[in-house]
Every structure is written in C-alpha cells, then in structure tokens.
Design a protein around this ligand. Sequence first.
Ligand code: 5GP
Length: 222
Amino acid sequence: MNMGDRRRKGLMLVLSSPSGAGKSSLARELVASDPELVLSVSMTTRNPRQGEVNGREYFFVSDHRFANEVAAGSILEHAVVFGHRYGTPRGPVEDALNAGRGVVFDVDWQGCAQLRASPLGRHVVAVFILPPSIGELEQRLISRGQDSAENVSGRMDRAMEEIGHFREYDYVLINEDFRQCADAIRGIVAVEKNRSARRPDIAAFVEDLSAEFESRRGDEGP
Ligand code: 5GP
C-alpha cells in the first residue's frame, strides 16, 4: 500500500432529489460545515440563472467545449437533463480523494448510477432527498422565480421520474426541515467515515495497541 492509499478516505457523497427539493442548499451547507468535504462543481451547457456565477454553481460551457471534454476523457459521468448536458469534471474529484478529502456531488439519478458503475464506484454513498409534498415542491419552484410556468410544469413531470429512482440510493431523507435534514446528512457522513474500509490509517493505530499490549505483558513478568 502506498502513502496515497494510506490517506485515502474516499467518501463520494452523492445527493440527488427532484429539482426544488433543496438539495443544492443542503450540499453547500454540508461543505461549509465540514472542512474535509469539497463540492464537485459540474459542467453544463445550460445558461446561467440570475445570481449564478461561473465556476461556483457550474462551469457554464458551450456544446462544443462539453463534447471536447467528454472526448478527452476528462468527464467522470455525464447526462442530459432538461435538454442540456451536465457532467462531472474528473480532475478535481481525483485530487480531492487523493488528498484524503470527501467529495459531495449534486447530480441526478443518471449521474449516481454512472458514478457507482465507475472505477471509483466503491467509494459512493448515495442519499436521495424527497420533498415533504408535491405541493411544497411546486411552491418552491415557483417562489424560486427561476423558471417560467412551462418550465415549472416540465420540472414537475421530471420530479416524479427522479423520485421513481429512490430505491437506487443507500439512504432516503424527507426534507421537511432544512436544519434537521442537514444534520441527518452530517450523521450519515460521520458514520460512513468510520467504515473500516475507509480507515487505512487505523492499521498504524492498531500496531501501537499491539506494541502497548506486548510491553505491558513484558512488564508483568513470567
Ligand atoms: P439545474 O439545472 O436545476 O441546476 O440542475 C438540473 C439537474 O441536473 C439536477 O437534478 C442536478 O442534480 C443535475 N445535475 C447537475 N449537475 C450534474 C452532473 O454533473 N451530472 C448529472 N448527471 N446531473 C447533474
């Protein structure tokens, strides 16, 4: 085992939900409160919404650039959502994992399935976030004010399709209360970080325990 492996915790936390269920805010809250986590910033061919900043919410790119990135193999997974292309840049994910950090992904069910099927799939912990009701979901989309009435209706259709994939996730949460939901995700992260497979560093600690055991036994004499 080399040093890179020794430090690798390899948590890939995938958050999916229908658009408007609060997943992006939850993802941001999570990385803000845990310095070991970084957010994967996706690439998309859709236009920025008001207030979105290139490189923060997304890297906004042309179809041509997106196709080139895919052809170059620098996209870990990609899918078409609402007629636009979305994809996860590979480099930042590998860098974060190699530095022993966890990565949070805000991707749809297609992204989750592809990440699981990728060579990094064993690191994936997938959480699906449900809205408390369909009425609330629609209300959130309308009050967000980022979509036309036609778009909201399309997003609601797609929301039901996305919800249909909840069984493909390791954990399912209902986002009734933002704080509680964020705490629940933090709990999942805390538990998953302690999986023995994610703690290669623990072998050295167990060696210390063995050495201590041997030395105490030696002290006791015959
Ligand atoms: P929005 O346009 O509302 O920001 O995102 C639309 C949908 O695309 C959301 O469900 C979001 O999770 C998903 N999405 C965002 N980035 C990616 C990505 O890199 N890959 C995949 N597969 N889905 C993504």
